[in-house]
Each structure stands twice: as structure tokens, then as C-alpha cells.
Design a protein around this ligand. Structure first.
Ligand code: ZN
Length: 457
């Protein structure tokens, strides 16, 4: 099959090229009309031909303490494909005392045969007993290349700095990378207690339980630990301009030897804490951690993403129906499950607000959403680029389409931060491993075809 007449995105801008696919693989990307006829042709005239996008940070089908679960693997992966994302990396979250390999098997059991896009798993570690840490090397062998630790969520997921150091040493020894949620769990717990003790339980108080100082403190501490241990580190969902400054400084100190990755999520780039004001349509929907911040942070973070000081544009997609979040809000803001959708929105919303506005060039956009997530998360050579030998994950994108955003698939419209936003750009067609899964904006697959992806750094 040949995708003909479209423009691929290069460092010099869009360039006409044909993409040739055989079976599940891209076999060539060539100048127009270099290819002999006879093959089935897809006409991509006027469209951009993009690599299937990769979202390195999602939570599909997340069970919570309360038994509430986010929109599941099927629904979230529908939104992913419709939004041009063909690969996600989710999390295997162990229960208390559960061996990590069992947690991986259990989470794969939820996804396999249900998920529509390809996926990998980061492995969350909340217990640094020797027994648990000794399980890490075998997991790395099996393609679990990345682990996750929390400095936030006291009493549930939080590791102390001493425990985090142990985890970083173990992850580093195994040749893997650690992802860290950098907020100070003690500070957040103390702030939350003061708010609750004084009856300030409305949703609008949520950001006050996650002070900027809490993130700054945790970011500074985890960067110090990464420098001390040498462990490759990704700081996930950085939400403050000041966190970015700390990352830049640490990168300078570590120099070329270090691996310090900064991730920013769609909602921290383009939404702000104004949404928490009482009466706003999305005030409850916007409950997430770290919270939405004052607007200037988004500007700083976008500048950091454009400059490459932040590497990855992800979503932290963890979508609940607005009805579930609103019902929970009756118990006060701490009862509301944390998380926003975004996997379906990332490409179109970031194209609208960063690329179409001229703030980010298309090449950097594709790098942050496709190539770098693949390279940094252990999928180099297989995902994230249009090149011979790569999986035939291909998106046809119309950069000129203009309309009002409606959430994709079975996403809850009222729960989307982006519902009604005037957008520029539309995902028209998507192939996953050479199989067309979206045609003219509609899902075309009948069988779940998402594969688990072993990853190696
Ligand atoms: Zn997350």
C-alpha cells in the first residue's frame, strides 16, 4: 500500500513524500512518484502524514480505593486511536504486598484482548523491601523498562527520600529508568488537614492542598537524588515554570552523562487554575494532581517544550465521568478521584494552541508527541517515526480543518476540559501495524488489536 500525495513533517517543515507499507511495516518513505504503480493507493493530498503518536503517561481503567474506575481500556483506547495516538504506556499498580511480576500479569490481564491500541506498562513501586526490589531485574529482562515512584500521596503511595534512594539505586542497577511524581506528600497532607479542619472542603480548595512550594521542594529533592545515584529519571507532569528552571539547572550539572527527562501534560500547558472557581462547568472535572496552576506557568512550560528543555508532551489521561466526580465531590474535594482525560485530545488541542498559533513548529510537535517518547521509553527503532523498518502506525492529519471540539469515542462530553473549544486540525485516518483502524474520523476495527510492547532502554 502507498500513502501518496501527502506531506511528511521534517525539520525543514512539511515535505511531499510517499509512504510505502507492506504488511505491518513501513518499507520506505520516498520522494513523490519514485514508486512503481500497481499497489493500492491512499490519496493523502492536502494532508500531513504523521507517525502514530505515543502517549507515555496514561491510566486506562484505573480501579480506585472507592471502587470507582476511570473510563476503561476499551473506551480510552478508542479515544486514543480517534485522536491519532496508536501507542500508550500505562501503569501496573501493585496491591499491598503483591509481588511486582504478579501485578504486571494482573494488569496485562485487564488490557489484553480489550485494548485497541498498542501499549506498554510502567511498574509502580510503593514498597522498597529487598524482596520487591530483587524482582526488578527479571522484569527489565521481560521488557518492563520503566518504574514509577511517588513522593506524594502520604499513607498510600508515598516513599520517603530514603526509600526513594533505595528504589533509584535498584532501578539504576537494573539498567532501567524511574518516573517520579514530584510533590511533597507531607506538605500536601498537612495543607489538606488544615483545610478540612476549617470546613473548607469545596472543590475550589483542591489546589490549596497542593501548594507550588510542595512541587518545587519535591522536584529539587528528586533531582538531587538522581544526581547522587546516577539513576535515569523522568519527572512526570511538571506543572510549574519554577520546576522547569530546577530541571534545567540539574541538567547543566549532570551534563551529557545524565538522563533527566521532563514531561509536561496537555492540561498543564493549556488550562489553568481559573477552572476551579465555583460555578465553572469544568471545576470538578479539572480535579487532578498536581492541580492546574496559575496561567503563566503554562506559558513557561510551553516555551520549555518548544526549546527542548521539556522532552515529552503526554496527558496523564485518567478519565472519569463527570457524574462520578460530581457525586464524589459531595464528600469534599479529597473524595473526588483525581485525573482528567486527554488521550483523545492531545494531538488536535496541542496543534490548535501551539502549532497553528506559530508557537511551536510542526517538527518539534511531532518530536515531543511521537519520536522522543519512543526513544526515551524504550521503543526506539519500532515506534514514533515514519521510516523503513518501523511499525506501520500512520496518521493522516488535516491541518486546516476548523470546528468546535467534541470529545471522541465514548468519552464523557461534560467531563472534558476541551469540549466546545474551537480547534484547528483533524485526525482523518489511522493505521495501526498496517491495519486501518480509523477512516474519515470513524473507528473501523471490530476486534481489539492492541499488543503489549516489551521495551528496552
Ligand atoms: Zn499519572
Amino acid at each position: 500500500m502507498i500513502i501518496k500525495g501527502g506531506n511528511i513533517i521534517t525539520a525543514d517543515g512539511p515535505r511531499p513524500a510517499d509512504v510505502i507499507i507492506e504488511g505491518s511495516t513501513i518499507t520506505a518513505v520516498s520522494d513523490p512518484d519514485q514508486v512503481p504503480g500497481g499497489e493500492p493507493v491512499v490519496d493523502a493530498t492536502g494532508l500531513w502524514v504523521l507517525p502514530g503518536a505515543i502517549d507515555a503517561h496514561t491510566h486506562f481503567g484505573m480501579p480506585l480505593r472507592s471502587g470507582i474506575s476511570s473510563l476503561g481500556w476499551r473506551e480510552s483506547s478508542e479515544a486514543a486511536l480517534l485522536g491519532g495516538t496508536t501507542t500508550i504506556i500505562d501503569f501496573a499498580n501493585p496491591a499491598a504486598n503483591e509481588p511486582l511480576p504478579e501485578a504486571v500479569t494482573r494488569w496485562r490481564g485487564m488490557a489484553d484482548g480489550v485494548i485497541l491500541c498498542d501499549y506498554g506498562l510502567h511498574v509502580t513501586v510503593t514498597d522498597v523491601a529487598t524482596e520487591r526490589l530483587d524482582e526488578i531485574p527479571a522484569l527489565v529482562e521481560q521488557g518492563l523498562a520503566t518504574f514509577k515512584g511517588f513522593l506524594a500521596y502520604k499513607g498510600r503511595l508515598m516513599l520517603s527520600l530514603v526509600e526513594m534512594k533505595r528504589l533509584m539505586e535498584a532501578v539504576h542497577r537494573a539498567g532501567a529508568m524511574l518516573l517520579v511524581h514530584a510533590e511533597d506528600g507531607e506538605m500536601n497532607a498537612a495543607a489538606e488537614k488544615v483545610l478540612l479542619d476549617t470546613g473548607r472542603t469545596a472543590v475550589s480548595w483542591h489546589p490549596l492542598a497542593h501548594a507550588e512550594e510542595s512541587e518545587e521542594k519535591a522536584v529539587a529533592e528528586i533531582l538531587d537524588l538522581a544526581t547522587t545515584t546516577g539513576c535515569p529519571l523522568t519527572i512526570v507532569h511538571m506543572s510549574l515554570g519554577r520546576s522547569l528552571e530546577l530541571l534545567k539547572k540539574a541538567r547543566k550539572i549532570q551534563g551529557r552523562d545524565g538522563v533527566l527527562v521532563g514531561e509536561v501534560c496537555l492540561h498543564h500547558l493549556f488550562a489553568d487554575s481559573g477552572l476551579y472557581q465555583a460555578g465553572h462547568r469544568a471545576s470538578t472535572a479539572a480535579i487532578c494532581s498536581p492541580p492546574l496552576r496559575a496561567a503563566g506557568n503554562g506559558t513557561d512550560l510551553l516555551a520549555g517544550l518548544v526549546a527542548g528543555d521539556l522532552d515529552l508532551l503526554s496527558t496523564d489521561h485518567c478519565e472519569f465521568s463527570l457524574a462520578v466526580k460530581t457525586a464524589a465531590a459531595g464528600g469534599g474535594f479529597p473524595s473526588v478521584p483525581n485525573g482528567c482525560g486527554g488521550v483523545g485530545e492531545r494531538m488536535v488541542v496541542s496543534h490548535t494552541l501551539a502549532v497553528a498559533t506559530g508557537k511551536m513548529d510542526p517538527a518539534r510537535w511531532i518530536e515531543a508527541c511521537c519520536r522522543r517518547p519512543a526513544e526515551l521509553m524504550g521503543l526506539a527503532g519500532r515506534k514514533g517515526q515514519l521510516a523503513a523498518g518501523f511499525d506501520a502506525d500512520v496518521v493522516l492529519f488535516d491541518p486546516a480543518a476548523s470546528y468546535r471540539w467534541e470529545p471522541l469515542g465514548s468519552s464523557d462530553r461534560a467531563g472534558s476540559l476541551w469540549a466546545g473549544l474551537p480547534v484547528t486540525g483533524r485526525v482523518r485516518d489511522v493505521w495501526l501495524g498496517g491495519r486501518q483502524v480509523v477512516a474519515n474520523g470513524m473507528l473501523t476495527l471490530d476486534q481489539p488489536g492492541g499488543k503489549f510492547l516489551p521495551r528496552r532502554l
